[in-house]
Design a binder for this molecule. Structure first.
Ligand SMILES: [Zn+2]
Length: 329
């Protein structure tokens, strides 16, 4: 799902989500992978987001359309992935694609093709692709992935919306605090400055304490908001960062629930297990969405801290919704 990438590839993630939300879908995207190992997964997740009539981008599968289901099973005819055959992507592969895509869609009104390793296009296949891009047909969307944009024809590059993925850092051996610094900052200098500032470590702990208090005491958190929150978080940037830490924490709770690897909070495994006794996949997914939505509002709110009561109320709704769901079973 596209949401799996909202932290590692926040800029590309936002650009693509907004292009769909604002109805400004390009007919061709060129994604420079920069060594990001999950770039094909990213492209497929984006294709799925385009093709799903609900534009579902959540962590869980959309259970409401044929598109999502068939893409998961690798059986969806309106999504085609082209890989190099041997040394090159051949002209015949492009011709076959055009032939297939000239037929009307069986499901939905869009078709997407992904060209993996587009730098492997040779002259004749580049020209075939170019013709396809020059006369964009309604509803056909191209996603080109490349390690090296410079090996593509300029005429291809200029016909695509260009997107660049972030280099991947291997964070496995770092402490939780160091990992967070890497995820919050974009360059080495900022990463190091963040780590050197003891205040940031305190803020990380206070954020976790806040979540701990909330997960234990729920709506009562509002009464103690000053002590729990306002005394420590004042500036918009620190509130925003703290929301990102919350997101990472809940994402790890979800990882634990789904038996996936804990990515950031390995040091808090006990706490994760404890909170997960009272959470399920639904409540965690809803909580992540609530935090993500409110985090966006921080940027535009004159007094970002007013959002904190709202946060608790909305998180509680995820719980209530969930409890009532459970009692219905
Ligand atoms: Zn769907």
């Amino acid at each position: 799902m596209l949401d799996d990438f909202y932290l590692e590839q926040d800029i590309a993630y936002k650009t693509l989500i907004n292009s769909v939300k604002n109805n400004k879908l390009s007919h061709a995207y060129l994604i420079e992978t920069n060594g990001y190992s999950k770039s094909l997964d990213f492209a497929v997740a984006f294709a799925k987001y385009i093709l799903c009539p609900n534009h579902y981008n959540n962590f869980e599968n959309c259970k409401d359309c044929h598109q999502c289901e068939n893409i998961n099973k690798n059986e969806f005819l309106e999504l085609k992935i082209i890989d190099p055959e041997g040394q090159w992507i051949k002209k015949s592969q492009l011709e076959e694609l055009q032939e297939e895509f000239s037929k009307k869609s069986i499901i939905g009104d869009k078709k997407v093709y992904i060209i993996n390793k587009a730098e492997k296009l040779n002259i004749s296949s580049s020209n075939s692709l170019l013709k396809f891009l020059e006369e964009p047909e309604e509803g056909i969307i191209a996603i080109l992935l490349t390690e090296n944009k410079n090996q593509l024809l300029n005429t291809i590059i200029s016909r695509c919306q260009n997107i660049s993925l972030k280099k991947q850092n291997n964070l496995d051996n770092l402490s939780t605090f160091e990992k967070i610094s890497h995820l919050l900052n974009n360059n080495i200098e900022d990463i190091n400055n963040y780590i050197l500032d003891e205040e940031n470590k305190i803020k990380l702990e206070k954020t976790i304490e806040f979540i701990e208090y909330y997960e234990t005491n729920h709506e009562n958190t509002i009464i103690y908001m000053n002590k729990l929150w306002h005394d420590y978080f004042k500036e918009r940037t620190e509130i925003y960062n703290s929301f990102t830490i919350m997101l990472l924490f809940y994402k790890d709770l979800l990882n634990d629930k789904l038996n996936r690897k804990i990515t950031v909070f390995n040091e808090k495994l006990e706490l994760i297990k404890k909170f997960n006794k009272n959470n399920n996949i639904n409540s965690l997914t809803s909580k992540i969405n609530v935090i993500m939505d409110l985090r966006e509002k921080i940027k535009f709110n004159a007094n970002a801290n007013l959002l904190m009561d709202k946060l608790i109320i909305k998180l509680e709704r995820c719980e209530i919704y969930d409890r009532s769901n459970r009692s219905n079973i």
